[in-house]
Write a protein that binds this ligand. Structure first.
Ligand code: ZN
Length: 429
């Protein structure tokens, strides 16, 4: 899991690396612009999203009205993203203009060695636009803190401003008008076929990341210290369960993994959980197996979505921020997330289904509710559940430091979640 996370600082890399792992296991890519290929093991990769499914069993295609068992997660994490005109100069430093993406713990980005990654659109020689992924996994930028001597009250409350205090330094002197574009062009030229000039760079979706490697820590290796555990932990485990279930011949439901982008900013995008992407693939899978509209609705009626997104473990230094009768602990199993106001889509029936899967897999589980006097977070579960009208359970592995550049989880929980998801993919319908 640490290797998976370290190799994917951007949602585009999560989707790309998942696609490579699926292809190596015999899954084939589907182009949505082409006629539907029929039943099999398939995946659709679109930007930072990926949907993979198996709609056949050992004896051939599943019946058209076979329900779906979908594990959903998100590929994006809060971070700093490079603006369209990023070249800045101040006090003889070259700086990068960045925009804050999602609910970032801004302080966690200070004093870290930062690399960058994402997608670049370039003008090809033939005049067409070509998208390329870029990954610079060495320290090229940094956000140095202000010395305590210049802000004596800092330990009484650090104040950061997303516009004025979060521009990383990445060189000395005066920034050229196309400094960043030239840097990207050099990186892409050294990394791919053909020389690219700054003028070939048209646009980008590029973000910063901490370059230090993920690690297993603790006096008994109990913990994982890594960036983007929310929610690459779920992406990795969902992918492993898909690979596991694909190797199993018999199943009664279509096994599907849906990794969406843009959860951290509300999921409303062409690759987010509120998009038509998942519904469109479900429709075409049913119709491709000979079903009609009625079969689509029969399939949805029996389907189950397991929306997996990390949960807040009880913080030892802030115990009072948590509901006292529902403490959540690291390495105590996946968490079933419940909210009476439907910030989570779990209901008693879907909670029970997940709980029984944990019991059958021999793994522990926990239940989470927020303190009722604090607002509750949300995730892709309620959106997808409402869009598709399918039964949903919101779950996730516990963690601390959510939305920090460096997050913290238990080292046993991913394995527990993996066992539970394997069981759900083989559920009888
Ligand atoms: Zn999340």
């Amino acid at each position: 899991m640490c290797a998976f996370i370290d190799a994917a600082p951007s949602p585009f890399h999560v989707a790309q690396n998942a696609a490579v792992a699926l292809a190596a296991a015999g899954f084939r890519s589907v182009d949505l612009a082409n006629p539907w290929p029929g039943a099999g093991r398939w995946f659709v990769q679109r930007g930072g999203a990926l949907i993979a499914w198996v709609d056949e069993s050992g004896t051939g295609a599943l019946s058209p009205s076979a329900p779906f068992t979908v594990v959903g997660a998100h590929t994006d994490s809060p971070n700093l993203r490079v603006k369209p005109q990023p070249n800045k100069t101040s006090a003889n430093f070259m700086q990068l203009g960045v925009e804050v993406y999602g609910g970032v713990l801004l302080n966690s980005w200070l004093d870290r060695d930062l690399g960058l990654s994402g997608r670049v659109s370039i003008r090809s020689r033939a005049g067409a636009i070509e998208d390329r992924l870029v990954l610079v996994d060495r320290a090229i930028a940094r956000l140095p803190q202000l010395a305590i001597h210049l802000d004596r009250g800092v330990n009484d409350g650090l104040k950061l401003n997303a516009q004025t205090t979060m521009s990383p330094v990445w060189g000395l002197g005066t920034s050229g008008d196309h400094e960043f574009e030239s840097f990207l062009a050099a990186e892409l030229s050294s990394d791919g076929p053909g020389k690219i000039s700054a003028g070939d760079i048209v646009s980008w979706d590029i973000m910063l990341h901490d370059t230090s490697a993920s690690a297993v820590v603790g006096n008994g290796d109990e913990f994982v210290s890594a960036p983007r555990l929310d929610n690459q932990l779920s992406c990795f485990v969902a992918l492993q369960s898909m690979l596991h279930t694909a190797a199993t011949a018999s199943r009664e439901s279509v096994a599907m993994v849906a990794l969406f982008d843009h959860e951290e900013v509300g999921s409303v995008s062409s690759t987010g959980a509120a998009s038509a992407l998942l519904r469109s693939i479900i429709d075409r899978s049913v119709i491709g197996r000979g079903g009609d509209t009625d079969a689509v609705h029969r399939a949805l009626a029996g389907s189950l979505l397991i929306s997996s997104d990390n949960a807040h473990a009880t913080h030892p230094n802030y115990v009072d921020r948590h509901e006292p009768e529902h403490h959540v602990h690291l390495n105590a199993g996946p968490v079933i997330k419940i909210n009476a106001n439907e910030r989570y889509a779990t209901n008693s029936s879907t909670a029970a289904e997940f709980q029984l899967a944990c019991e059958a897999a021999g793994v522990p589980f926990q239940r989470f509710v927020n303190r009722t006097d604090l607002g509750c977070g949300s995730t892709i579960g309620p959106l997808t559940s409402a869009e598709l009208g399918i039964a949903t359970v919101d779950v996730g592995c516990p963690q601390l430091a959510m939305h920090s550049a460096r997050e913290f989880s238990g080292s046993h929980d991913p394995g527990y979640l993996h066992a539970a998801l394997n069981n759900l993919f083989s559920r009888s319908c």
